[in-house]
Ligand binder design. Structure first.
Ligand code: M6R
Length: 635
């Protein structure tokens, strides 16, 4: 996830672009770049850096970056480490076509190999193929319509116009960009600046993009907060839209059809602060609502038509140890169930902080997988270093490109959840699970067709997560208001949903300050029963509903009845098709049916919402809970 902005008008572009970028820095902040075009002098000014936007605002001056057209980017690296050379904008060979991009181009490598082998690439990014493709398409178009040999954008003349709304030059440029986009697989929101052209071209596919409307000026951005200081009149571009944006004119088409008149402007009633959170009250809620997108982005690229490609080789006859902390540790525990279920390979899981200072002994035949959203958790980094001392192969599963974990581990698999601002890990946990499913399938080493139905089900996970957000939110809010009145809550589950119960309890205690404990459903009777009263509600995850082991369902239902018999209120999370359990409990949250091994996905979405709404009812500081930090960089 990155932030992109564009400006075309009569004012100096630099301060507007930097101000806009600062407003959407939360979308990505590992590096940034801007390009300002001065059409009066014909010069283009480019800056890329790793510093925060605030220091660019202090250090860059309009006198060095004159011009009234420009584009900017704040990056959350997905391909290529955060570095100046990987920062956007990226340019064609001649440095005349500049592109900022948010999204992932899945087929960039094959495009490079097949069509762009003669181009000089300067970065490791997927994005850089776009300006090169546009350069090629423009040259082809120019050759077709003129006899120019050398490419020089907009230095040609082309006699008849193809549109009422566009000049011949604009039409040709727009066509070249449209053709280039047709080669791309994946997702993108892009803004293109072309030397000598007095406008910008923007296009989107599966990534958001808006145009802010001004007076003899227009703004383009990946997100509303970027433009809100300048205007609250906004056009939301739709899937497949391509727009030619000039200071006093906008042309929008979809496919080959002009749709300018059909894209009305909306008035945005938000304050800037509201808008940064996409209208949500807290980043945590926004990030829970981004869980379906995090799944899509994480699957993208790893699950291809040719099968599962995690970008690393792992043998199936290995021993696996997973190390992690907090929520990532619970993902690892789920991973144990998932990999043992799908691949039949034993997996050991250790808390990184315990592994580091205990007498664990590892052989060099063990692959140690460290799971860490931030890639900076000190305990997990120490565990990785210890594993290396044992001679083990190490793999990091992380969200942050270039983070310390990626530098220590031999290999890295990225989860692609996008930046997570709320201290509570939400979408990153879901994305970690998705990688673990892929790893499970990969390690199973069975022919793809044997898993065809399973993989089809995995592809449904964004949809199932969305269904929970759409259909279960209202009832979850209601139960959250109820839970908010208690000081102790148990979460119980079995099998792959035991770690999910741990995660539900951690999330609740972390943000609502209610004491919460995750327990194996069958373990309460070995002690914690003594605590059960009408003041200790129990949230029970009822596994095994759809296709799972019916004995797990029966046993958990038995445990639930035992809990009820001791007077504790019970809220159950179960699949929609389960019409049995409601006879025995106080409340039921229904999630969509799926294979039992995938049930942690919809169940976790429900638990994240439950923790959020409970904390909100109690008026807690949700995004920054007391005493906690997003990255825990001390042991
Ligand atoms: O960045 P990491 O995944 O290594 O972080 C590990 C834990 O500190 C983290 O998951 C923590 O438990 C979360 N704030 C819980 O929501």
């Amino acid at each position: 996830m990155c932030g992109i902005v564009g400006y075309v008008g009569e004012r100096a572009a630099l301060p507007i672009l930097l101000g806009s970028l600062q407003r959407i820095e939360y979308r990505g902040y590992d590096s940034c770049g801007i390009l300002v075009q001065d059409n009066a002098s014909g010069e283009v000014h480019l800056y890329k850096g790793l510093e925060p936007i605030a220091s660019l605002i202090q250090n860059l001056d309009v006198s060095q970056f004159p011009g009234t057209i420009g584009i900017g980017h704040t990056r959350w690296a997905t391909h290529g480490i955060p570095s100046k050379r990987n920062a956007h904008p990226h340019m064609d060979c001649k440095g005349e076509i500049a592109v900022v991009h948010n999204g992932i181009i899945e087929n960039f490598q094959s495009l490079k190999d097949r069509f762009l082998s003669s181009c000089q690439f300067r970065s490791e990014t997927d994005t850089e193929v776009i300006p090169h493709l546009i350069e090629k398409a423009l040259m082809k178009a120019m050759k077709a319509h003129t006899h120019h040999k050398d490419f020089s954008p907009l230095s040609y003349s082309y006699s008849h116009s193809h549109s009422q709304s566009l000049t011949a030059d604009e039409w040709l440029l727009k066509e070249a960009i449209r053709e280039s986009l047709s080669y791309l697989a994946g997702s993108y929101a892009i803004i293109v600046a072309v030397k000598g052209f007095d406008g910008l071209i923007a296009a989107r596919k599966e990534s958001p993009l808006i145009i802010g409307l001004g007076d003899r000026e227009n703004f383009i951005a990946s997100d509303v907060p970027a433009v809100l200081e300048q205007t609250n009149r906004v056009i939301y571009l739709e899937e497949g839209d391509l727009a030619v944006v000039k200071k006093d004119r906008i042309y929008i088409e979809n496919g080959a059809v002009e749709v300018t008149g059909r894209r009305g402007a909306s008035m945005i009633p938000w304050t800037i602060e509201d808008a940064e959170k996409g209208g949500y009250e807290h980043f945590m809620l926004k990030e829970i609502h981004e869980e379906p997108k995090a799944i899509i982005d994480t699957l993208r690229g790893y699950l291809t038509e040719d099968g599962i490609n995690l970008g690393i080789e792992i043998r199936s006859n290995i021993k696996i140890l997973m190390v992690a902390c907090g929520t990532s540790y619970y993902a690892a525990l789920c991973g144990k169930y998932i990999i043992e279920h799908l691949a039949g390979i034993p997996v050991r899981v250790e808390l990184a902080s315990e592994f580091n200072y205990s007498d664990f002994v590892l052989g060099d035949d063990v692959t140690v997988i460290a799971i860490t959203q931030s890639g900076e958790t000190a305990d997990t980094l120490t565990a990785l270093k210890k594993a290396k001392r044992f001679g083990c192969r190490t793999v990091a599963i992380t969200n942050v490109l270039g983070s310390s974990a990626t530098r220590i581990a031999d290999d890295t698999i990225y989860i692609r959840a996008g930046p997570e601002i709320g201290v509570a890990a939400t979408k990153s946990f879901i994305a970690q699970l998705i990688i673990l499913y892929l790893l499970g399938f990969y390690l199973a080493m069975k022919p793809e067709h044997e898993f065809e139905e399973w993989i089809e089900e995995l592809k449904r996970m964004p949809q199932l997560a969305q269904m929970v957000l759409d259909d279960a939110d209202a009832e979850i809010r209601q139960y959250a208001r109820y839970l908010a009145g208690f000081e102790d809550v148990f979460f119980v589950g079995r099998g792959v949903n035991l770690p999910v119960a741990f995660e539900g309890a951690l999330k609740l205690k972390e943000i609502s300050y209610i004491h919460a404990e995750g327990y194996a459903a069958g373990e309460l009777k070995h002690g914690p029963f003594a605590l059960l009263t009408q003041d200790t509600p129990v949230v029970a995850i009822l596994s095994g509903g759809s296709d799972g082991d019916s004995s797990i369902y029966e046993k958990t239902l038995g445990n639930i009845k035992e809990i009820k018999a001791r007077g504790a209120p019970v809220i159950v999370i179960t699949v929609k098709s389960d019409d049995e359990v409601e006879k025995y409990v106080d409340a039921v949250i229904h999630v969509p049916d799926t294979r039992d091994i995938f049930s942690p996905i919809p169940t976790t979405v429900a638990l994240h919402l439950l923790a959020y709404w409970t904390a909100r009812t109690r008026g807690c500081e949700i995004d920054k809970p007391r005493n906690l930090a997003k990255s825990v960089t001390v042991e």
